[in-house]
Design a binder for this molecule. Structure first.
Ligand code: BGC
Length: 761
């Protein structure tokens, strides 16, 4: 690594400004006289989309392995697998002369209608963060950088270039930032890509609080922040906001604007230098890995099949799966011959090869006879003849394998889904085939939740095969014939219908603004809180075997928050075949100062068990597993009290519980102020001490004034104490001012002084 500061010192203002904006769609500006090479960035996330013509956005890319997209990867709940996927991607990036792979995407699935959900991991920030970190570590272990995207709060495609996401601070901290935080802290990505949208009024590309205060300072991010392609509006403001590298380029006018701003004193040159330092750091890090060579296409294809097999989720099974050597199999559905294995937009990979699901069934079906019927056309058009033909084939077979994929253009970058439905033809096809053939297995290819209520009762089994990557056709066959026992579990809730989803009435917003009105209650946090039934809960997935959970153990019955807690449980494979179980740990706070979700995922583990085998699963919980973000204190806090530890097979299938007492070691500052209510005074440890001497007298006076002073219910039919609790102390005293020795505000200011002094001791 050369001396970055020495290079920076030799750069002219023009050279520095030029380095901060791309040279082409995919490369940075080289500074040849100082030996600074150009750096090549390429999409991401689940494959390397290396476009040979660096001036083109969407030209055909070089062949590369298309791995399953993030929804499928996430359903594996397996960080070590994601690390291996990252390693394979890193190898391909090296071979294809790529320095930085633009992924992973760590945005939350706020709504299943986001068109780009297939590129994101989960509705849960803990799970998404762990997976993103593992993915990053894998890619970067090969000497190739990553770009964690899209930072932040890019949860929809509608108006994505300008929408202003209005999100309260707690929701931001508890839901929309933690996956990025974990990925940054544990994965140390070389770059982070800012989102297109605005957050609470400011473009993310100019958002100082987001890019500088939180990302760079609080989380210690030492790489560069790159813009999403075209996300910069004002180059100078963006630099001031912490955006180091603008892409794509060239953008002559922007470079000139930076030079002029420095000359005019409108932009501190130190800000520019800081951006240049970060960019040079990444460029030279990338340059340490020589590029070129070959990657093992066949090996990666085989690995992609394994990965898809880990992510496929068996949603429903009446026992028909695994298939027991049927003699006649009706394979139905276009996607059996034309697989839908990835989504639309910048992540679209030119695969090295593609498994055809029909062929893969044929390879494993032994002596069985196979028929094929198309079932539905490539477009959403309705063609009854295709349904009739499929029904006849299904009737003449022992089993129907019905492959249904959402039409390719429905899930894409750039726009959102109108609903969660299959096409009318596909629904009618499933209904008709299931009616004709009770042994029908529905195999789905899509990138995010689907509504299934219209047809699921008729299906004998349903496999969610996601956008399964180029080798997914083989993985489906592996699952159908029991070569592997399915072990994937949903990383996102499947709702009954779109109208039941948390963001429904606040999505996609309009007129340039979307309000995150559901707050921290997205995904299972919402369905739990509202008691809204779902189609399949978060964490759900069936297996060909069964698992028993026993013996939950905690490292202590009471613990100090900073010491953390170790939880273990025994899991036994009680069924007939080997299988993997994803054990989920949720934490429930029995009582808290601010409303909290009923449970939150704070740990998970995947165990591989032979029939009859038992393993002890151990999960460590740290301070953050019990804390919530308090916008008053502007920090993560814990409170003394009881917590339930819930260990289960899904968010709706808790198998064992234990409880524990947490002792908070935090010494919180006093945040009482003139607006603080009587309740807040009494709840605050220092406030209570300061206020106690006055309390009784005030209570009596309040009762006399508002409630008649007698009994629980006073003269105007209310509980005066309850009424008083929700009033600011100052407002309450103002009503009683005539009887007070000094003005109400002087009294409150005096109490505040006392309380703050006490708390500071
Ligand atoms: C997408 C990014 C992508 C970039 C480059 C943007 O439109 O939002 O995810 O990396 O283009 O293709």
């Amino acid at each position: 690594m050369p001396d970055i500061q020495a290079i920076l010192d030799q750069m002219t203002l023009e050279e520095k400004a030029a380095l901060c904006t791309g040279a082409s769609t995919w490369t940075t500006v080289p500074v040849e006289r100082l030996g600074v090479p150009a750096m090549m960035m390429t999409d991401g996330p689940h494959g390397v989309r290396r476009v040979p013509d660096v001036t083109s956005v969407g030209a055909p890319s070089l062949p590369a392995t298309c791995f399953p997209t993030a929804s499928c990867l996430a359903s594996s709940w397996d960080p070590s697998l994601l690390q291996q996927v990252g390693e394979a991607l890193g190898e391909e990036a090296v071979a294809l002369d790529v320095d930085v792979l633009l992924g992973p995407g760590a945005n939350m699935k706020r709504t299943p209608r986001c068109g780009r959900n297939f590129e994101y991991f989960s509705e849960d920030p803990f799970l998404a963060g762990e997976l993103a970190a593992a993915f990053i570590n894998g890619v970067q272990s090969q000497g190739v950088g990553t770009s964690l995207k899209h930072f932040a709060v890019n949860n929809q495609e509608t108006e994505r270039f300008r929408i202003d996401a209005i999100v309260d601070e707690r929701t931001l901290r508890e839901i929309y930032l933690p996956a990025f935080e974990t990925a940054v802290v544990k994965g140390k990505p070389w770059t982070v890509m800012c989102a297109y949208n605005k957050l609470n009024g400011a473009y993310c590309s100019e958002h100082h609080a987001l890019l500088v205060d939180i990302l760079k300072h609080e989380w210690g991010f030492d790489g560069l922040v790159v813009s999403d392609w075209g996300a910069v509006h004002d180059r100078v403001k963006a630099l001031q906001g912490g955006l180091d590298l603008e892409m794509p380029g060239p953008q002559e006018r922007r470079v000139r604007a930076v030079v002029e701003a420095v000359r005019a004193g409108a932009l501190d040159e130190a800000v520019l230098d800081e951006a240049v330092r970060r960019i040079l750091g990444v460029i030279f890090r990338a340059a340490e890995t020589p590029k070129g060579g070959q990657f093992d296409a066949a090996g990666h294809h085989a690995f992609a099949r394994k990965v898809a097999g880990e992510g496929i989720v068996l949603l429903k099974n009446n026992g028909i799966l695994p298939l027991q050597k049927p003699l006649r199999i009706a394979v139905i559905g276009r996607s059996a011959k034309e697989p839908h294995f990835q989504g639309g937009g910048s992540s679209h990979i030119n695969p090295t090869m593609v498994d055809i699901p029909f062929d893969e069934v044929w390879k494993l079906a032994g002596a069985a006879q196979l028929t094929y019927s198309e079932g539905y056309p490539a477009t959403p058009a309705f063609e009854q003849a295709l349904i009739d033909e499929a029904v006849a084939a299904a009737r003449a077979a022992d089993v129907a394998l019905l492959y249904v994929a959402l039409p390719g253009f429905i899930e894409s970058e750039g726009y959102d889904r109108a609903d969660l439905d299959l096409t009318p033809q596909q629904v009618a096809l499933i209904q008709a085939v299931c009616a004709a053939q009770p042994h029908t297995v529905v195999i789905l290819n899509n990138g995010s939740a689907l509504a299934m209520s219209e047809w699921i009762d008729g299906a004998a089994a349903v496999l969610e095969a996601w956008m399964m990557g180029q080798a997914g056709g083989g993985a489906i066959a592996d699952v159908l014939f029991g070569k592997i026992s399915p072990s994937g579990k949903l990383a996102e809730t499947f709702p009954v219908r779109s109208a039941n989803t948390p963001a429904h009435i606040n999505f996609p917003g309009g007129n340039g603004q979307v309000r995150y009105g559901e707050g921290i209650f997205i995904g299972y946090r919402y369905y739990d809180a509202k008691g809204v039934p779902v189609l399949f809960p978060f964490g759900h997935g069936l297996s060909y075997t069964s698992f028993e959970y026993r013996n939950p153990k905690l490292s202590a019955a009471a613990f100090n928050d900073v010491d953390g807690l170790t939880v273990s449980a025994d899991v036994t494979n009680t069924g007939p075949v080997a299988g993997k179980e994803i054990v989920q740990l949720y934490v429930h706070d029995r009582k808290s100062g601010l409303v909290r979700p009923q449970k939150e995922l704070k740990g998970f583990a995947k165990v591989d068990l032979k029939p009859g085998e038992t393993k002890t699963v151990t999960i460590e919980l740290s301070f953050r597993a019990f804390a919530f973000y308090h916008p008053g204190y502007r920090q993560w806090i814990t409170e003394d009290g009881e917590f339930d530890i819930l260990i289960g097979a899904s968010a709706a299938d808790i198998r064992c519980t234990a409880s524990v007492t947490l002792r908070s070691t935090l010494k919180l500052p006093c945040i009482l102020n003139r607006e603080s209510t009587v309740r807040e005074w009494l709840e605050d440890p220092a406030g209570r001490v300061a206020f106690a001497p006055m309390y009784q007298q005030i209570e009596v006076q309040t009762a006399a004034m508002f409630g008649g002073g007698e009994g629980e219910s006073g003269g105007i039919g209310m509980d005066p104490t309850g009424f008083m609790m929700e009033m600011p102390l100052l407002s309450l005293l103002q009503f009683q001012e005539s009887g007070l020795p000094m003005p109400a505000d002087a009294i409150v200011d005096g109490l505040l002084q006392q309380a703050h002094a006490l708390a500071a001791r």
